[in-house]
Write a protein that binds this ligand. Structure first.
Ligand code: SF4
Length: 332
């Protein structure tokens, strides 16, 4: 149980983008105590230096929370579906709000604050979606959105007089001009792209996730590592990953050796490491070898030797490079 204090306290959901920075500044102006929480998913980069700098500049504590397997389970089966790609934004926000609620209870925060702007994102920031998210997280009336507050019903923080509704805003939609003007007013110059980051909104990456879920029905953190590297193909239901550079090749080799997974390397020429992600069939291995040759320095029109390895097992395959039209049939 947290003892009641004189000064109300807010917990801001801080992505680091401009909108949440503005929301933080606006509530800080009201003299309330402020902490922030920054959520990191397996699909966005966590810039610890930027967050440390922000914490110092704003003079607030930022709690960093990693959403791991719990997030992946939601991604595999979101109750409210996906946005334009494989982004389960409504379910993701519900999870974030639930976690934020727990932190708020622990630190004695009275209300939550977000930088959400009504109708800025078609899927998760419509009024109806905002209502669902609040209700599912058990936070009805407890989330203040300073940038759009005047377009939304008054929250508890306004009703209690902790926050002056008159000093809040009525920003709506995707136009960024009002936020850019506010940024100038608050002297905010350095902020990352607000949507920058979530790989699940990237069409190419989303295709890989969708393909993975269609075949495997679940996702683990190890799966995510593989989804993020290499060129991906599926041959007769079997996933093939071809490294694109030295780093990726080293990574694939490491994963293959560690997990006793089969892989291919072109003999006598520079070329990629090709990981065969599931149990291998000879016809699949042959096609994978032909793809491996295509991305190597070996001549493309003559038979080339390719090494197949799995743990101690070794063998050689002779194949000819696959042409690009055929490769595209297998590309994910
Ligand atoms: S874009 Fe990604 S991180 Fe942001 S709400 Fe949607 S799923 Fe979550």
């Amino acid at each position: 149980m947290v003892l009641r204090k004189d000064r109300p306290k807010a917990l801001v959901l801080l992505s680091g983008g401009l909108d949440s920075l503005l929301a933080t500044k606006i509530v800080m102006e009201h003299g309330v105590g402020v902490d922030a929480v920054h959520f990191v998913t397996p699909f966005c980069k966590y810039d610890s230096k930027f967050m440390d700098k922000l914490s110092e500049e704003l003079g607030i504590k930022i709690h960093v929370i990693f959403l791991g397997q719990e997030f992946l389970d939601i991604l595999a089966n979101p109750r409210y579906g996906y946005g334009s790609q494989m982004n389960p934004c409504i379910d993701c926000r519900i999870l974030m709000f639930k976690k934020a609620k727990e932190i708020a209870e622990n630190i004695g925060a009275d209300f939550l604050v977000t930088g959400e702007v009504l109708d800025e994102r078609p899927f998760s920031q419509r009024f109806r979606a905002i209502q669902i998210i609040e209700r599912e997280a058990g936070l009805e009336g407890k989330v203040l959105r300073p940038l759009s507050a005047k377009l939304l019903p008054p929250t508890e923080a306004e009703k209690m007089g902790w926050i002056d509704r008159e000093k809040l805003f009525a920003i709506r939609g995707r136009r960024r001009t009002p936020q850019i003007e506010l940024a100038a007013k608050y002297g905010i110059k350095d902020y990352p792209n607000p949507a920058g980051g979530c790989l699940l909104t990237d069409p190419e990456f989303a295709r890989r996730v969708k393909d993975h879920l269609r075949h495997e029905r679940k996702l683990t953190l190890d799966d995510i590592i593989l989804l993020m590297i290499g060129r991906h193909f599926r041959i007769d239901g079997i996933k093939i990953i071809v490294g694109r550079n030295r780093n990726e090749n080293n990574r694939l080799l490491e994963i293959a050796e560690k997990n006793m997974m089969p892989y291919l390397i072109v003999c006598d020429y520079m070329g990629p490491v090709t990981l065969i992600a599931n149990e291998s069939k000879p016809e699949v291995v042959e096609k994978a070898a032909a793809i491996t040759i295509r991305y190597s320095d070996a001549p493309k029109s003559i038979p080339i030797k390719v090494l197949f390895k799995r743990g101690e097992e070794r063998s050689e395959i002779i194949a000819v490079a696959m042409d690009d039209d055929q490769i595209n049939i297998f590309r994910i």
